[in-house]
Write a protein that binds this ligand. Sequence first.
Ligand code: NI
Length: 260
Amino acid sequence: MILIDSHTHLYLEEFTSDIAEVVQRAVLSDVKRFIVPNIDSSTIEPMLNFCRKFPDISYPTIGLHPESVKLNFQEEIIIIKKWIEKEKFVAIGEIGIDLYWDKTFFNEQVEAFENQLLLAIEYDLPVIIHSRNALNEIIHIINDKKYKGLKGVFHCFPGSLEQAKYLAQKGFLLGIGGVVTYKNSGLAKIVNEIPLQNILLETDSPYLPPVPYRGKRNESAYILNIANFIAGLKGCSLEEVANITSANAIELFKLPTSNS
Ligand code: NI
């Protein structure tokens, strides 16, 4: 059995003192692949250093996170374009729109998102979409025919059952993490109605840990808790959750297939 953490920021400073142990605990919990999304130009080097330290199990992505979009976003996108030419990335991400804390740069967020969707099409890469209080806007944007053939995952899926069904039917994946274990999130109900074929498991470490670790640092080993929770919800085996969601991640990010 192999589990994949499709969204983990293991390069952040929360992990600098014990990263080897964190990775070892994950591997011992059968979490044997990490998709490691970028945030902005300041995180590219730490992210790549992490991935070089743990080759064959960690895969970086490149993109500008909506919360990092400021007036200078064009400069950030130029940096991204340079990196795409010289390193291998498995996705464009994380990208999107976030109106939760601050709407000041809404127009810039939209433009940065659209520019990066075009990069995904140009380089034939999937996208990792971050959305907070903006899912309708995002769906409206990605439905433009400019982005025909776009593939990707809605990380930390933030929408309704109706939106989940709509996106699944369009072939998008839903990233499901610790929030599914929170009683009042309503996410368990949604996950119950969406086939495993449309789900990726993720932690978003160091954020959003599953029950019973709320309030603590999240880490990739907890994918096992999330997978067990989903197996319980759907009344299937842990192996089935692992096999299907890992196959989804391997296909989306074009990861090498090996069972070890
Ligand atoms: Ni993230």
